[in-house]
Design a protein around this ligand. Structure first.
Ligand code: IVH
Length: 668
């Protein structure tokens, strides 16, 4: 392929991929299979790597992320990013309508929109291309999060159609769909990480990530709701919104023109209930005056426009009786207090249980068995108790005391200084922890033993056949046949599943061990870095911190794990059973020794590699990458916006600084 042909092909692929993106993520009408899409994307990425001069800042390949922003640049908003005044009752809305009418000579037309509960963003487009994405910040200045925003697939990088101003801003709300939020929390639960509180916090936390590849994995989405600029096509909000839909923006379908206050009220009442069916959180309705001329007449107060108001939904609340408090023990030993309630209807579902989170919350609410409690379903998926009706408290009620012993095994609970939750430390003798660990071990993404599901594990555990994961490989078909429900075929099925799992690669075995805070991705990184379990088992915290993206919490957790005799014994037994505890030769094949003995510090942003990618490349070629420049550093590998502190240190210690091109020469 000539350079000219490559340029054309890159342009053609980019256009096609963006069109498919638009159809899939904005219109929800996919036009090609995922497979075809991935193939085109792969081809584009390869071509852009080969011809970096044709990589455009609007390339759809940026959707997969990989850019690392060390520090977000502060940018001044061209138009201040104001918020809205809030109203909490229908009366407040009536007052708003009255104020509006009094100030206007003509009757207003309102637009009602849902108020999405996420993270406000301002997108600037110039000549039809996304130039910049900035957070609200303090309203005057915000953070430039363009690289992260480019991974949100429904946000157009290049506009469609025509008639857009040369330069304009469009504002909207970035949010995390509930389905994504739930999936992330399921995963966090599996690896024993603290759960994300609600989709709003999750979206905000994601936007502040430095690695845009991580943002891409979080599958955020966005609704746009406000157009700003000098030459907008119409002088009405709704018309401009519909026009911007033609340019490729995702506009919420539930926006509605209301010609009277009554219609506004109907919208509020309808969405107060219907919002629970949506796949995103909303916390109210925004009511705007449609005409720009009228908006201008109404003007602004110091903080917010007089032409709009936010009506906040009351969180759905119910009143019921707290019958008892029970305590659940998770795989990691974490204790979760649960309120058992007299069943009550709340936002369309029957609620029987509510989360009480931890001992501090119980103390703060002073919630007691027999109390009449207020239960709310807010942004969180699980309902929570928000208060007690003290007037209804029985006179003989007694203060709740948090348990001090594990409800499952009787061990004395512990609470580490920095954690809100209590833990049962008896990880090798407490039933839900043992069974939970085995469930994790056999999980599809770990050893993938489908024939050993939760129920079977529990049955085997209760029958005394399994006490830990290593016992799985000692199971005998004859022992299984003695159990209820098992016949020749089903017992053989279990044995076959176990046998097949022996070929699981090292990184999956490592994930299966269930080291706290070590999820799939971390397991992969550790496997690649240390190559075999023996090296990992003797690594100290410093050595672990040298692995890209491993922080103190994970490093400490790994060291703790392998300082336990039981865990060492587990590895010894699993090794004896032939599980893979080192990277296979096949995986190691692509490796070289070109960088053997060299230590790199990586800093900044690179054109052809993500930061993880370049570190993986160093390791693949026998080198090491560490976090800070010292006398031992061979090279500081510096990309754009490399840390000035690192550059200074390298200079003072005489460490050579190289760029991406020189690095490529080293490994060529
Ligand atoms: S319009 C001049 N429309 O709620 C203000 N805002 O406190 C224009 N929000 O800052 C904002 N959904 O972050 C508007 N449909 C919607 C919205 C919305 C959510 C957020 C936004 C805004 C805040 C108001």
């Amino acid at each position: 392929m000539t350079r000219e042909q490559a340029k054309k092909r890159i342009a053609a692929l980019s256009g096609e991929l963006e069109e498919h993106n638009y159809r899939y993520y904005v219109l929800a009408e996919p036009s090609v299979s995922d497979f075809e899409f991935d193939k085109m994307m792969e081809e584009l990425i390869l071509l852009e790597k080969k011809y970096p001069e044709f990589l455009s800042p609007q390339s759809p390949s940026l959707r997969v992320g990989g850019t690392v922003t060390r520090e977000f640049k502060t940018v001044k908003h061209k138009y201040p990013m104001l918020s809205l005044s809030n109203s909490y009752s229908e009366d407040d809305v009536r007052d708003f309508d009255e104020r509006v009418r009094k100030s206007l000579s003509e009757k207003p037309e309102y637009v009602c929109e849902l108020k999405y509960d996420g993270f406000a963003i301002g997108l600037t487009y110039a000549q039809g291309e996304l130039l910049r994405a900035v957070t609200r910040g303090d309203g005057e200045k915000g953070d430039d999060v363009t690289a992260n925003v480019k991974t949100i697939r429904s946000i157009p990088l290049r506009l469609k159609g025509r008639g857009y101003p040369d330069e304009f801003e469009i504002r909207g709300e970035i949010y995390m769909p509930r389905k994504v939020f739930e999936a992330i929390n399921r995963e966090r639960e599996e690896i024993g990480d603290a759960l994300l509180a609600n989709p709003r916090n999750a979206a905000a936390g994601t936007m502040k990530q430095q690695d845009s590849a991580e943002v891409a994995r979080r599958r955020l989405d966005c609704f746009l709701y406000f157009l700003l600029g000098e030459d907008l096509p119409y002088d009405e909000h709704v018309k401009n919104m519909l026009k911007s839909k033609e340019w490729g923006f995702r506009i919420n379908p539930h926006m509605k023109i209301c010609r009277s206050l009554e219609e506004v009220m109907k919208y509020l009442v309808y969405w107060d209930k219907a919002r629970h069916e949506l796949d995103y959180d909303t916390d109210g309705v925004v009511i705007k005056v449609n005409s720009y001329k009228q908006q201008q007449q109404l003007g602004f107060t110091a903080k917010s426009p007089r032409w709009a108001i936010a009506y906040k939904f009351k969180a759905a609340q119910a009143v019921t009786l707290l019958e008892s408090i029970s305590y659940q023990v998770g795989r990691t030993g974490a204790i979760t207090p649960v309120a058992n309630l007299k069943p009550v209807q709340l936002a369309g579902t029957t609620v029987k249980r509510a989360s009480l989170h931890n001992a501090d919350i119980i103390e703060k609410l002073d919630v007691r068995i027999g109390d009449t409690v207020f239960v709310e379903k807010g942004g969180e998926i699980i309902p929570k108790i928000v208060g007690v009706d003290l007037k209804k408290r029985p006179s003989d009620s007694r203060k709740s005391h948090y348990i001090s012993k594990c409800p499952e095994c009787g061990a004395t609970l512990v609470r580490r200084d920095d954690e809100a939750q209590h833990f049962c430390p008896n990880d090798t003798g407490c039933a839900p922890q043992i069974v939970g660990k085995m469930e994790h071990f056999t999980h599809r993404r770990a050893m993938n033993i489908e024939s050993l599901g939760s129920e079977t594990i529990l049955q085997f555990f209760e029958a005394g056949l399994l006490k830990n994961a290593a016992d799985i490989y000692d199971l005998k078909k004859n022992d299984i046949l003695k159990l209820e429900r098992f016949k020749e075929k089903s017992a053989q099925n279990v044995m076959d599943g176990i046998e097949a799992s022996r070929s699981a690669p090292f990184e999956r075995v490592l994930f299966a061990l269930g080291i706290r805070h070590v999820g799939e991705t971390t397991a992969k990184k550790l496997a690649w870095h240390f190559r075999e379990i023996d090296a990992l088992m003797i690594a100290n915290e410093m050595q672990l911190l040298d692995v890209g993206d491993i922080g103190e919490v994970i490093a400490k957790s790994v060291v703790d794990h392998f300082s336990s005799k039981d865990n060492l014994e587990m590895v010894r037994r699993l090794k004896k059973h032939g599980l893979n505890f080192k990277l296979s030769d096949e995986v190691l094949k692509g490796r070289t020794d070109k960088l053997a003995g060299m230590t790199f510090v990586v800093s900044g942003v690179f054109a052809n590699f993500s930061r993880d990618g370049i570190k993986a490349e160093i390791e693949k070629n026998g080198g090491k990458s560490t976090g800070s420049v010292s006398k031992k550093t061979s090279y500081l590998l510096a990309g754009d916006e490399a840390g000035p502190e690192k550059l200074r240190k390298a200079e003072s210690l005489g460490v050579k600084v190289i760029g991406e091109e020189e690095f490529r020469k080293l490994i060529r």
